[in-house]
Design a protein around this ligand. Structure first.
Ligand code: C5P
Length: 410
């Protein structure tokens, strides 16, 4: 999703920096456009550092002062690229220009050139806000379909008290998300997600592990956080950065993951075990490096604790989702796991299928739910697969009539 954030010249301009961060947490790519007077309050450099993108400040800007063709048509390119334009803070002046169709700088030109939805969050002195001219302009914009995030009442920078203070960053971000169709349907959930492999030491330099990259678990954590859940990501060693907005717990062995999951699941509403947990570990890891002798070496392994099955004991209303990475007879193994692990949903994938399983950016999944629902999906990016899994987590919260029947019997 791409959003242009127009910043105009008011004391509240500094709050736009916080808005950039909030929008980025939703996975939105933000292009900042500043009016000339906005730059009196906050520098373009602040926004450039936050977004990692050039901030647009001029309608015509060339390398050595003179305009070039790219810059002259940039407003059209930006206008076509964006999914939404939000102006925050919007001054009385910018609102007036937008209402009248005056386009004498980049921001107001962008407003005319884009067909994307537009949101304005006004901020100004109370008398300016209440002035008939401003109210008329706001009315004009509203009638045109522009969404206005109304300013709040309170103490204003000018020393007066009244309406005119920029709406809270959360309220503006919410308006943006609503317009973009980004839902916070998981806001009541606290979800523990495990990801990556676990490592079982043989000696100080060698260990047993598997080919898990952590990509599926990280995608789930990212998707759940975007949908408003509190997310605790418990990860084995992987080469990925934790997604923004998740609480991160780093572990190495199955034993550590076991402890972390039981601890965090106690205060959670759901557990998604996407980690490829080692099923066996050396019975006696050596304190010193095992020497090469030239002889045959036999390693004795023992079963690791089944984290999922342990967490499922006494889980109550909490939802547990497990994974079944199989190389054969996928459906039978997945259904079996629903029972043996007391899971509510099993995500099965045939790791031998093309574009599925370890280290791929795509996955081919089939979902088996406890209530009998079964859904097979075509190959898709792991982030999309994550959303389909979370959709099922939602569906499990609203059981079908048939399920409520059995629950009543119980
Ligand atoms: O039994 P299997 O290892 O095939 O089951 C896979 C599922 O169980 C995955 O969700 C995995 O994260 C979880 N698991 C676990 N503890 C283990 C092994 C696997 O929670 N020791």
């Amino acid at each position: 999703m791409r959003v242009a954030l127009g910043v105009s010249g008011g004391v509240a301009a500094y709050k736009a920096a916080e808005l950039v961060r909030r929008l980025q947490q939703e996975g939105i790519d933000v292009q900042v456009v500043m009016t000339r007077s906005a730059q009196e309050f906050i520098t373009p450099l602040t926004f450039a550092a936050l977004t990692g993108q050039k901030v647009i400040t001029e309608l015509f800007s060339g390398e050595s002062g003179g305009a070039n063709v790219e810059s002259a048509i940039e407003h059209i390119a930006v206008a076509q690229r964006i999914d939404l334009l939000v102006v925050a803070p919007a001054t009385a002046n910018v609102i007036a220009k937008m209402a009248r169709g005056i386009s004498d700088d980049f921001l107001t030109t962008l407003y005319l050139a884009t067909t994307a939805p537009v949101i304005v969050a006004p901020a100004m002195n109370v008398n300016m806000w209440e002035h008939a001219a401003t109210q008329e302009n706001i009315g004009t914009l509203r009638a045109r379909g522009v969404h206005v995030v109304a300013p709040e009442e309170g103490y204003l920078a000018c020393g007066m008290t009244g309406a005119g203070r920029l709406a809270g960053v959360d309220a503006i971000a919410q308006a943006v998300c609503a317009r973009l169709g980004i839902e916070h349907d998981l806001r009541d959930e606290t979800i523990v997600v495990t990801a990556g492999p676990t490592c079982e030491d043989l000696d100080p330099v060698r260990y047993l592990t598997n080919r898990s990259s952590g990509k599926m678990g990280y995608a789930l954590a990212q998707a759940a956080a975007r949908r408003g859940a509190r997310v605790i990501l418990i990860s084995g060693p992987v080469r990925l950065d934790p997604p923004q907005g998740v609480e991160f717990v780093s572990v190495r062995s199955t034993e550590q993951m076991h402890r972390a999951v039981l601890q965090h699941f106690a205060g959670a509403t759901a557990l998604i075990m996407a980690a490829a947990v080692a099923d066996y570990r050396p019975i006696a890891p050596q304190a010193a490096k095992i020497k090469r002798t030239g002889e045959r070496l036999t390693l004795e392994l023992e079963s690791t604790p089944d984290i999922l099955a342990d967490a499922a004991r006494g889980k109550g209303e909490r939802i547990i989702i497990g994974f079944a990475a199989e190389t054969s007879d996928v459906a039978r193994h997945a259904r079996g796991k629903l029972e043996s692990k007391q899971a509510d949903l099993i995500v099965a994938n045939d790791v031998t299928a093309e574009g599925a399983g370890f280290d791929h950016d795509t996955n081919v999944i089939t979902l088996y739910a406890r209530d009998g629902r079964e859904q097979a999906f075509p190959r898709m990016p792991k982030i999309d697969a994550a959303h389909r899994i979370l959709d099922q987590l939602r569906a499990l919260r609203t059981p079908s009539p048939q399920i409520s029947e059995t629950q009543r019997v119980r």
